[in-house]
Design a protein around this ligand. Structure first.
Ligand SMILES: *Cc1c(COP(=O)(O)O)cnc(C)c1O
Length: 449
């Protein structure tokens, strides 16, 4: 972590966005479909450790990691070397045509790292949504049942089935239907907004009763849940919620799928978010942090479930691409050698007290939550729990103007999330937090005037 290629500094040499970014934005407006959004209007030229350097030469602090992807850094030397070395030999043969070792080695590694010591098998894909689709496919085949349970505030992707699993209508679903059938939505444990004092066990019972009454447990193939919800607002369920749900699923022969696409790979301070409560899912979906920025996703699950699928039933032309597999092996090696899970916990130790102090000071932060380097604040109207999405946008804009790239999320658009690369330095993290604190103060003052 000490060998950075780019200076780890925040430095602005133009207004935000600068002239070259503005030029690219004009070209983009003519060529790129309007439906693709971007959080910030600055175009990247380089990135390393905790910084993104834009095309105008501004060095920005990265608090987003490209949505929790570049945990090891955006150009980690081991990953870059592994990618280059593999590309010199072959970029593709298709594992379904001529298999290669990298795919097998990634599957071996996933069996070792994912929760539980049962026999596991893996299948590799390209995107998180594709992993989720295939986990559901396999669960339906293995159980001979069709219903799938997802939760309020869930985000599982943008393909047809994963849109159906995703909770939020705008922008993910509006007018994109019809959606896949046999998807049912249940209440999530959301400590900040649930009735005061509701325990994880009670929240699980609330969901279980509804599943029983509205679907019937015998009809349910799978329960899919993010152990900490991502796009829905970094919602950490009350302790006991996940274990109770997983145990009930096991008792009923329902496949428990943990969608760890965002939470996986050291982000929350352990390899997987399920580890914090000793939950052992039947299947786990992974993507974002897995391969140092290269597109790769995976389903790892109980061998007896996944192996029920007939040969040829799972796959895809690019799934488990050899360059992406080489990157994953290199990225996982960095996470192990540098103990990035411990680094994620240290980031929480540095960030959380300051966010709590900021909540005290400003009165507009209703909740500070998250785990490891997956942290968020929920912004509300002062003295209430009413979401304040406008203030949230104003904070993000102020942070960008000062040189920090941030992301917002949440069903109500009022959650400000922190997903720094785990390779960020303490100094840069400190500077970024100071900007963030000032941005909240500025936005509050702006809203008052
Ligand atoms: C991002 C995300 C997905 C979808 O991944 P893509 O690679 O964008 O398809 C699915 N589940 C969770 C929890 C995610 O955060």
């Amino acid at each position: 972590m000490s060998h950075y290629r780019l200076p780890q500094i925040r430095s602005l040499v133009t207004a935000m966005p600068g002239p070259r970014s503005a030029e690219l934005a004009a070209r983009r407006a003519r060529a790129v479909a309007a439906g693709v959004g971007s959080s910030v209007p600055v175009y990247a030229a380089d990135a390393d450790g905790g910084v993104i350097v834009d095309v105008d030469g501004n060095s920005l602090i990265d608090f987003g990691s490209g949505i929790a992807v570049t945990s090891v850094g955006a150009s980690e030397p081991g990953v870059a070397a592994a990618v280059a070395a593999q590309a010199e030999h072959f970029t593709h043969t298709c594992f379904m045509v001529t298999p290669y070792e990298g795919y097998v080695a990634v599957a071996e590694k996933l069996a070792e790292l994912t929760p539980g010591d049962h026999e596991k098998k893996s299948v590799l894909f390209n995107s998180g949504a594709e992993a989720v689709e295939n986990a559901v496919k396999a669960a339906r085949l293995a159980t001979g049942r069709q219903a799938v349970v997802a939760f309020d505030h869930a985000y599982h992707g943008r393909t047809n089935l994963t849109m159906a699993l995703t909770a939020k209508s705008m922008p993910y679903k509006t007018n994109f239907g019809p959606f896949a059938p046999e998807v049912y939505r249940m209440p999530m444990s959301y400590p900040y907004r649930d009735p005061q004092g509701m325990t994880g066990a009670q929240a699980a019972e609330r969901a279980i009763t509804q599943i029983d009454k509205q679907i019937g447990s015998d009809s349910v193939a799978a329960i899919i849940i993010e152990p900490i919800q991502g796009e829905g607002g970094f919602i950490v369920p009350a302790p006991g919620f996940l274990p109770a749900l997983a145990q009930w699923a096991r008792d009923k022969g329902i496949v428990f799928i943990a969608d760890e696409v965002q939470t996986g790979f050291a982000r929350t301070g352990s390899w997987f978010a399920c580890d914090h409560e000793g939950v052992v899912p039947d299947m786990i979906t992974m993507a974002k942090g897995i391969a140092g920025g290269m597109p790769l996703s995976a389903v790892t699950g109980r061998a007896d479930l996944l192996d029920k699928v007939h040969p040829g039933g799972l796959g895809g032309t690019y799934g488990g691409n050899p360059v992406a597999c080489a990157a994953a092996l290199a990225a996982i090696d960095v996470m192990e050698k540098q103990d990035l899970a411990a680094r994620a916990r240290a980031i929480a130790d540095q960030v959380v007290p300051r966010l709590k102090a900021l909540a005290e000071e400003t009165g507009v932060i209703g909740d500070v939550r998250g785990r490891g380097a997956m942290l968020a604040v929920e912004l509300v109207k002062k003295g209430t729990d009413t979401p304040d999405p406008d203030l949230t946008k104003a904070v993000a804009a102020a942070a960008l103007a000062a040189g920090v790239v941030t992301l917002t999320c949440g069903t109500y658009g009022n959650v400000f999330r922190l997903l720094p690369p785990l390779s960020i330095s303490d100094e840069l993290l400190d500077d970024g937090l100071t900007v963030l604190e000032d941005s909240v103060r500025t936005a509050v003052a702006g809203a008052a005037s």
